[in-house]
Design a protein around this ligand. Sequence first.
Ligand code: ZN
Length: 338
Amino acid sequence: MYGAGDVRVENVPDPVLKEPTDALVRVLQSCICGSDLWPYASLPASEHGRRMGHEFLGVVEDTGAEVAGLGRGDVVIAPFVWSDGTCDFCRQGLPTSCRHGGQWGHDLDGGQGEAVRVPQAQGTLVKVDVAEDAALLPSLLTLSDVFCTGHHAAVTARVGPRTTVTVIGDGAVGLSAVLAAKRLGAERILLMGRHKDRTDLGREFGATDIVAERGEEGVAAVRELTGGDGTHAVLECVGTADAIAMALGVVRDGGVVGRVGASQYTEVPMDFGTLMRNITPTGGVAPARAYIEELLPDVLDGTVQPGRVFDRTIGLDGVPDGYRAMADREALKVLVTP
Ligand SMILES: [Zn+2]
């Protein structure tokens, strides 16, 4: 990406092993993230392009001398942040704060390409016992980011049986949050979204009510549906100031707001009124690597099918148009098969 709206597909040198902890992965599938749309809207123009893509799965082609447990031909999922798996943060379940970790893209390889040099491969990659052409691959790919992010919203907002939940946003993360809340046993799930094709999928994922109104009208609609109280948990999957304001408006007293939308605001209105209601704001970047083993069995046996968020598949040449289609809300989430 060379600037807002300027995505180009270019040939670059093939990646090579640089560190003994590296692996080389040939990408089978990757995708475009809602968070990629923020730079697509606002990245200042530059002569130095930024490599893109942080969600991918692929096949191991080669490994460095210090990589154990992975070998040529293994199908692997790469979470959207790489991590060593051994430092204190990783051991505490927070690989996104890994002391030796980092993010894909920028000057490192991005997932929206044919191959990636994976640093800290042993800590980062998760081997899955499936064929390279398995029909499950799109659902497995969501463990790279989007389904784990929805799950993180639900976990941090303490969703469980007997919890009522509002999900703000009918994008791929919001729909994943619905699926995650359902999986965790939520009693009732209100999905706030205006795109019927998306909220229809939300219903199939477990939403019990759809609220198309936004802002104060949206808050009033949720409150009316919940006896005036709002819901125990709110999963904020958009990231705008309007979305966080709605979240605080629909959360029940004593409730929790799990924020996973890429924040485009710097202030949360935690004023005295919010204090008096004992609202807990939480959430953050999803430590996807820490969730993959837990979520994997339900994906492998088809209990959940998070890959249904993909509604368009393109090759690498189609990536610039894929960004456009997601930015124009023409596509929900675009799958890339290099
Ligand atoms: Zn670590």
